[in-house]
Design a protein around this ligand. Sequence first.
Ligand code: HEC
Length: 147
Amino acid sequence: MIEKILVMHLIKNKNLSLLLTLFLFIGLISTAFRSETRVGNSAGGVSMSLDTAKTDKETGLVTDQNLYMVKAQCISCHSSKLIIANRFTRDGWKQKIRWMQANHNLWDLGETEKQVLDYLEKHYAPTAKAARRKPLNDIKWYKLEEQ
Ligand code: HEC
């Protein structure tokens, strides 16, 4: 409705360049949105298990029986994208939690910390080894010619 009024208004004033700018802006925004969703869903595209794993529509996090606890504890201050974009060991995640507790008013997770860590360790562990290419073999070295 607002868009319609805006467009009518712009046409009435024959302000074509403004109209074009508006369309360009809408296009840019929708493109940005699309690529952002893609990043969220593939989670960097490094982990095979994540590529095939089901993700929660609302948060983009991997579906799991402990997801509800992560949703309860971890996404009230910031987007789930902060979780999706990171990979840590169990210990690393624990340190992040301690860091947020020390600096950003994160509460004591109590009993639920185990569930949260189980979840994070299972689905957001480092995958650097799997992502690396195989070592090269059969390398044929050659001399660079001197100029
Ligand atoms: C009380 C608020 C709050 C809650 C709840 C919270 N965080 Fe955070 N978290 C923050 C703040 C603030 C930052 C820093 C954001 C920034 O740098 O923009 C942050 C940053 C992060 C980062 C990025 C760390 C980095 O090194 O950049 C990760 C990962 C993260 N949080 C995970 C979690 C997880 C997992 C939970 C659930 C246990 C959680 N957060 C719950 C406040 C919170």
